[in-house]
Design a protein around this ligand. Structure first.
Ligand SMILES: C[C@H](O)[C@H](O)[C@H]1CNC2=NC(N)=NC(=O)C2=N1
Length: 114
């Protein structure tokens, strides 16, 4: 299998399968800085990125937004002074799809390339 960040999101409809617990255990190894968390009954992936100031935080936020538009898959983004919280989940299935792991890996690559 190619690395997660090299894969593209696939169309995800309401009847697409959520990742199983076993799949989650394997996929999370590839994005070890992300934390799976249940919010409002929906499993999500979350990571907090730290920056030196607001300008760097908003620049990163915009790059993640551009990637999301390219992928047709969109995260929660909370931009604060020196900090961006990124949350990925699939609204259509109210849980985690492989797409969320792909996008989390792409988010890490954007951060590393800054
Ligand atoms: C029509 C459009 O493709 C869908 O609404 C997409 C857009 N972006 C999305 N993003 C996320 N994270 N989950 C979705 O289910 C989703 N659906």
């Amino acid at each position: 299998m190619s690395s997660l960040s090299e894969q593209k999101c696939e169309a995800c409809h309401g009847n697409a399968p959520k990742v199983s617990d076993a799949e989650l255990a394997e996929l999370i190894k590839m994005i070890p800085d992300w934390v799976p968390e249940v919010r409002d009954g929906i499993m999500q992936l979350e990571r907090v990125y730290k920056f030196k100031n607001f300008k760097q935080a908003i620049a990163f936020t915009n790059k993640v937004g551009d990637m999301a538009e390219d992928e047709g898959h969109h995260p929660g983004l909370l931009t604060e002074w020196g900090k961006v919280t990124v949350t990925w989940w699939s609204h259509s299935i109210k849980g985690l799809h492989k797409n969320d792991f792909i996008c989390a890996a792409k988010t890490d690559e954007i951060f590393v390339a800054l």
